[in-house]
Design a binder for this molecule. Structure first.
Ligand code: UDP
Ligand code: ZN
Ligand code: FE
Length: 319
């Protein structure tokens, strides 16, 4: 287990051979069901150490190979088991109270992790669907506490910092102003807006953006955490209904690094993996080889579809 540096792109790779032994889509005996050795009973959600981690608080020594750079895998990998209900398909099928409690737990966990000196970045994310390779279908998300700030976040932070320096305002606060009442504004509550980004990369990509200028999860008030839960439920509701089938996706929470600059604006990105009910949107030659995305439709056309499926989510709100 170690981190190796790719000097071509300037990013670390997490290497861990224990990952090979993790269970792969077991058909019986789910390790996250209540009543197991690790889970016990009487809980509504659990935050457990990942049994097959990429990062640990006391990692082994790293290899030393002349000409290359490596370092020890300091960090944490935790699994958030969101519900005791194994067959719950997505977040909107939890009540607002249930999801709020999970997110309050995540906020506490993130705060604890950020208190450890070796933690430079805390990433909260959710993989959903066999298509994107979840190894266990029991509803869960994950938290990785990293000993470095990952490339994508470094890029976003740099761009938001430059934007603020040049224009004296925040990039995403300005985006929210520009999108007020627009065709790409899909949903809004008192704390969060769901936007179909003008610059979408994935066909049904949506961003969930706090309306207050905050950098990190730990800065959200209890009320804002509840409003975040509401907006995440609206997000998964619309993604799971827009194509008449449930949507595999990655949910990525982009918060600022532990040592942050005030220009960063917290946001959640959803990368849904389908372009229509029967077709995956694959990241292929252009996407992987260049990190340039090709968009087969228009974000505005997809926004209209999402707005239609979101309209039927209205009665979900507040429940
Ligand atoms: N896992 C665990 N305890 C177990 C079985 C699995 O902590 O008894 C972890 C496993 O290592 C994996 C996670 O649960 O990281 C399930 O995550 P997911 O399927 O979303 O994606 P993965 O992390 O496997 O890519
Ligand atoms: Zn802002
Ligand atoms: Fe982002």
């Amino acid at each position: 287990m170690e981190l190796r540096f790719n000097p071509l792109i300037g990013e670390w790779i997490m290497i861990s051979t224990v990952r090979e032994s993790r269970p792969w889509q077991p058909s019986s005996a789910c390790p996250f069901d209540p009543g197991n050795e690790e889970t016990g009973i009487g809980w509504s959600y659990l935050i457990l150490p990942n049994r097959y981690p990429m990062l640990v608080p006391s990692p082994p020594r790293n290899s030393r190979t002349p000409g290359f750079k490596s370092r020890r895998s300091f960090g944490y990998c935790k699994v958030v088991v969101e519900s005791p209900n194994h067959s719950l398909i997505d977040l909107h099928l939890m009540s607002l109270d249930e999801l709020t409690n999970v997110l309050l737990g995540v906020r506490r966990e993130v705060s604890d992790m950020e208190g450890q000196g070796f933690v430079k970045y805390v990433y909260f994310f959710r993989n959903k669907g066999r298509e994107i390779g979840v190894s266990l279908t029991h509803p869960h998300s994950q938290i990785y506490a990293l000993p470095y700030v990952p490339l994508r976040v470094r890029l976003e932070a740099r761009n938001m910092r430059r934007y603020m320096k040049r224009r004296g305002s925040c990039m995403l606060c300005d985006e929210l102003k520009a999108e007020a009442g627009s065709e790409r504004l899909i949903y809004i509550n008192d704390g969060f807006a769901i936007i179909k980004p003008y610059y979408s990369m994935w066909p049904y990509e949506i961003h969930v953006i706090p309306r207050r200028h905050v950098q990190k999860l730990t800065q959200l008030t209890d009320d804002e955490v509840r409003l975040m839960a509401d907006s995440l439920r609206a997000s998964t509701y619309m993604l799971d209904s827009v194509l008449g089938r449930d949507m595999p996706y990655v949910m990525a929470v982009h918060q600022a690094p532990v040592k942050f600059h005030e220009s960063f604006h917290l946001h959640v990105e959803f990368y849904p993996m389908l372009r229509d009910a029967g077709k995956m949107k694959y990241a292929a030659g252009v996407e992987w080889g260049l990190w340039t995305f090709t968009y087969d439709s228009s974000p505005e056309a997809k926004a209209a579809e999402l707005r239609r499926s979101c309209a039927s989510a209205r009665d979900l709100v507040g429940r």
